[in-house]
Design a protein around this ligand. Structure first.
Ligand code: DC
Length: 214
């Protein structure tokens, strides 16, 4: 069973993906962490967000140190913004594609895989068994992200988080390559007024409908 979960930043897609994977003993891949790791390796090499060299970005993706995906450093808004910039470069996406497909084809558990991102249902795994598209109002997402960053000890202001998130959303939705959008056969969940438990319960009801034996 392969489940694709796409959605906007701070929509709750990551939390949902992790919980669905835990529920069934499936493996989870946070594909945003791959783009964030490429961005972090560029920043570590001295790159500036305002002036990204495409060749350098492609090299960073093709020689990516996957251990970076597990670091706290990739979770800053600076890294997120640069991740969204490098994610618009087609050869960067191409470098990361086979890794994502291989994970879904042979998940370590041998049981199933849940991948979350922006283009999982549309490009990476168009034949996924089930696709969700998770979204929420921009203000609510920015509030959630502000809380998360404050809890992580970063000093941020709602106003700045909102502006960054809007810029990132616009870039992710309007880029020419693999833009953020719902796959034709995706189930859309608007999490604006739902907590994580309610989102999980709704997703599980859909999974049960499609695959009652799970
Ligand atoms: O899911 P996230 O916020 O960690 O993703 C960071 C950025 O990476 C996001 O703004 C766009 C990019 N991304 C992408 O283009 N495709 C994916 N499948 C996952 C993330």
């Amino acid at each position: 069973m392969i489940i694709a979960i796409d959605g906007s930043a701070a929509s709750g897609k990551g939390t949902l993906a992790k919980r669905v994977a835990a529920e069934f003993g499936y493996d989870y891949l946070d594909t945003g962490a791959l783009y964030r790791a490429v961005a972090l390796s560029l920043l570590n090499a001295g790159a500036k967000s305002s002036n990204i060299d495409e060749k350098q970005a492609v090299k960073a993706a093709s020689t990516l140190d996957l251990s970076l995906t597990q670091t706290a450093e990739i979770r800053t808004d600076q890294v997120a913004a640069l991740a969204s910039i490098v994610a618009a470069i087609a050869p960067v996406r191409a470098e990361l594609l086979s890794l994502q497909r291989a994970f879904a084809a042979t998940p370590p558990s041998g049981k199933g895989a849940v991948l979350d991102g922006r283009d999982i249902g549309t490009i990476v795994l168009p034949n996924a068994d089930l696709k969700f598209f998770v979204d929420a109002d921009l203000d609510i997402r920015a509030e959630r992200r502000t809380k998360e960053l404050l809890q992580a000890g970063q000093s941020v202001m709602f106003r700045d988080v909102l502006a960054d998130m809007k810029a990132r959303d616009d870039r992710d939705r309007t880029r020419s390559v693999a833009p953020l959008k719902a796959a034709d056969n995706a189930i859309t969940i608007d999490t604006s007024t739902m907590d994580a438990a309610a989102v999980l319960a709704l997703a599980l009801s859909h999974i049960d409908r499609v695959c009652p034996s799970e």
